[in-house]
Write a protein of this length. Sequence first.
Length: 819
Amino acid sequence: MPKENPASKPAASQPPASPSRSASQNENETPKEQPKSAFEDTMVLSLVQRFFKSAVVTFGVWLVGYFNFSFSWLLLGLVVYGWRERFTQVRDMQIEISQTAARDEKKSILARVEDLPSWVYFPDVERAEWINHILSQVWPYVGIYVQNLLTKTVEPKIKENLPAALQSFKFEKIDLGDIPPRVGGVKVYSERVKRDEIYMDIEILYSSDADVAVSIKGITAGIKDLQIRGTLRVVFKPLMNVMPLFGGLNVYFLNNPSIDFNLTSLANAFDVPGFSEMLRSIVQDQIFSIMVLPNRISVPLAENVDANRLRYPLPKGVLRIHMLGAADLKRADFGVLKKGSSDPYSVLRIGSQKFKTKTKNNTLTPVWDESFEAVIDEKSGQYMDINVFDEDPGNKDDELGNVSLDIEPVSKKGVMDAWLPLRDIESGMVHVKLVWLNLCNNPTEIDRMKSESNNSENLSSCILMACVDSAKDLPKSKKSLMEPSPYVELVLGQQKEKTNIQTSTINPKWAENFRFLVHDPYFQDLTALVYDKNTSKLIGECKILLKNLLSATDMTIDQLFDMKGGDSTSTSKLRLQLVLRILSNEYKDEWQETEDLLLSEDKLPPKTEKPVGENLEDLSSHMDSSVDPVSVYESASSPLEAGHLSSDLDDLATQSPSMEGLRQRKSLSPSIESAGQHGRGRIQLTLRYSCLRQKLVVVVHKCVNLLPCDDDNLADPYVRMYLLPDKSSTSKRKTEVVKNSLNPIYDLTFEFAVAPGELATRTLDIAVKHNKSMFSSDRQIIGVAFIQLHNIEDSKAVTDFFDLQPEDCVEKISIDSEN
């Protein structure tokens, strides 16, 4: 596995040229300076218009004050203006929809194709309409149950944790509405999973008419019209040979679901720019903290199942993210005295984990050079979302583009350094370096990894899993003899975590898990502080030296620790379960740990020998989302290596989680190293079609054993492509020239816009040519290939070698997207 060299900082590199841009230029042309963008002129004109509008409004307000008009006139004008703006927006939207449908009805329908359920596109996703029929009948009873649960169980618990001044908290209205959630599709994984597990992905579509309101001291606020769309993963494990056959159940979102809602009553007053985004972000983060990895809902279904290990399994690894920089970003800020620039920063999300870079002012090519580390619970199906924004203090930040990256290919390769093109924007790329770190239970590995992480204080060499299980014999209050309401705060360096509060008990039970990234276990320690919520006083504390874990069996400690300080007594103890794992950029089979969730051996299901590598990380599962495939360009900071980028593009191109990954088909000829059927060489291509984007993606990897064309028995080959029957200049795509090589490596990605219904009638015309000089008599065309596209399936990539034919040959190649 490739190793990271953290001793040297990533050098700033120029982003690679966009293939689509370079392909449109002739081979001997130099790019001309682009004319001034009309967009900039429009923005300046818009700025001047806004200035005069603001001046007129300001002058009008001054006149109101000058003539001593009543303040109510201003309020009346504000109400009229707000009503007019809302009416105008609705009317303009209706007109725009009608005009778009009139111009191109087919295009407007396909523009909303992502709202359709996943079973429409993917044959491995089953339609579950029978579940929807059951939900529609059960939903009224679910509404009554939820109403009773919130009023009789949740409301009293909330009051217990609120101060006396807010004890009037009450659910005023609980109405789940008449629209139940819908199941868009169900996929059950039967391959590459353990024999004692069942993995199932359920697409949830919830556009409700629910209305929930709460009140405190007569002030009412609430939300309604809640909308949630995402893919829920349900895991049954372990399977057992006794009823109920399933030992436990885990439910969670691998990636953040799409959430939207409307505010009611007093909360609606905060539905203004700035406050609205902040409030929605708070609500979304609370939902993410419950059901988005690493958080999950776990339900033990058998008595002999370890509930703690079921809910908190060991993570699969740690992803080290180096956010290096960006280039060619959109100009978002325009002023009278400046041409236009941006103040970019980036936000990274993996599950419920969120990271943010610093803002770089007044630049379109920011260099962040910041590092983050994310704990990964599932390699398969999780995505890293990168969003780039332009910071506008006092206003909503402008989005400068986004990109999503599948984590599983990075975990297989170990290191990925690439420029990623931003989506939903005219231009822009981000430079990211990712390093995958496996968990190692061998303490001898710590010295090597510690020497690497010592070069930066932000990098970690270990990960600590700490479970706060329980405490016993905590002291009562000396004055009132009241039992404490304890909670535990764990401190490791600058990292702090806190448990929930256990009300009025001297023997609390928490069973909560936390994770800490450790820089140097030889010099760091974990401090557990126990506080009483009623008095805010310290009950006691205990300190654990992390170096003791290195010498412990399996680097694990599970014991009662004596508490010292505060009001603790000699019998006060805190039970902690600590597990330390080394972060290693290497992989060894003996480091893989099996999850024994059963507590009693006599109830274990019958076991059979499994082949090496049949672990959870081998799971190949994909959740449905609207993420489009993203072309990945290899970093220009280092020379291209043979065969390296081709596999990067195969594995790292982001795809919809329900889509199957890129697949390597069997070669059309027995030997890849042969010169092909016609003796002119072979070309390796990856073909993929995205129905959502209506794009045919062609990756030109390399050519092998080409026919020599010059006196030195070499050639200067390049690849030219057309999407027939269109042979116009807009359809032409061309690679760069590789000098003096019969085995050139290109690894370039090209895209052709083509509607789904037209794909079956199109043919990809490929010609490998020799770049001869003007007066040379060398052969120009080395070989050609005509590939029919009628068998390409949506989002299923085909990678293969194709034989080059003579120029006068018109034989077409019909590919099969099935292995």
